[in-house]
Write a protein that binds this ligand. Structure first.
Ligand code: F6R
Length: 259
């Protein structure tokens, strides 16, 4: 796992956007795995800037979102369909037909989940999966105790996650209990993962993910098995890492072929 510590959230977003810009420029028809929540907001703003000011072209890119609430229509302001539209899609030149988000209104959820997995496969797999991390160590909405081999399926949110996501709804009680989420196995199949985090409130989850044992109680720790995961975090999120000086040294002294 490559761990990169940056001064603040702005620097985290800039570095992450640079990595994505490099991939999109090299492979215009790449498949991006997208996340929602507060963490990627600055990243999306930076990618929008790259599109508007530097001509970054998303027209051939396909995207697959990690998750969606069960029971929310795509027009519901709390839905991740709406989030993606508002914070990213409507500002760039993504082809709507190439954007994919699980359908939380599907009548048959197991079939929707299977079809979502099949679509990812048919596109050739996800090249780069963007991730945030929950305070309890979840990725996607794979809450603690999720199978580390899980595929896209329905999951129940914990009260902590519902509380943390309440800022996207008028009232906390409106936050659904159920979601469709890519599984941990689905995420691990991505060719590379890029996990971002900032703020002291994520420090424990980050330390557990990087330096703790692999455990379904910290679902993000499964990324220790992934051969190409980059974690970009700010100082506050890095504050509980025991080996942060080592991670800093590695990043500051990358061999020229890797830099
Ligand atoms: C969102 C997602 C979640 C969030 C996590 C952190 O699509 O899959 O894993 O990344 O809940 O949320 P924020 O960024 O709001 O702290």
């Amino acid at each position: 796992m490559e761990v990169i510590i940056q001064k603040d959230a702005e620097m985290v977003a800039k570095l992450a956007a640079n990595k994505i810009m490099k991939l999109v420029n090299q492979r215009p028809n790449c498949n991006l795995g997208l996340a929602t929540g507060t963490t990627p907001l600055k990243l999306y703003a930076e990618l929008i800037r790259c599109h508007k000011e530097l001509g970054l072209d998303f027209s051939k890119v396909s995207s697959f979102n990690l998750d969606e609430y069960v029971g929310l229509d795509s027009n519901h302001p709390g839905s991740y369909h709406c989030y993606m539209q508002e914070h990213f899609f409507k500002h760039v030149n993504m082809d709507k037909k190439k954007t994919h988000i699980p359908n939380g209104m599907a009548k048959n959820i197991p079939i929707e989940c299977e079809a979502y997995e099949a679509k990812i496969k048919a596109c050739g797999g996800i090249d780069l999966q963007i991730l945030g991390i929950g305070h309890d160590g979840h990725i996607g909405f794979n809450e603690p105790s999720s199978s580390l081999g899980s595929r896209t399926r329905i999951k129940t949110l914990t009260e902590l996650t519902r509380k943390n996501n309440a800022c996207f709804f008028k009232r906390e009680k409106e936050v659904p209990y159920h979601v469709i989420t890519m599984g941990i196995g689905t995420i691990l199949d991505s060719k590379s993962c890029l996990l971002l985090a900032f703020g002291e409130s994520k420090a424990q989850a980050i330390a557990d993910m990087i330096e703790g044992p692999v455990s379904s109680m910290v679902p993000a720790s499964a990324l220790q098995f992934h051969p190409h995961t980059t974690v970009i975090i700010d100082e506050a999120a890095a504050s509980m890492l025991k080996r942060k000086n080592y991670y800093r040294w590695v990043f500051d002294n990358l061999p020229h072929w890797q830099a």
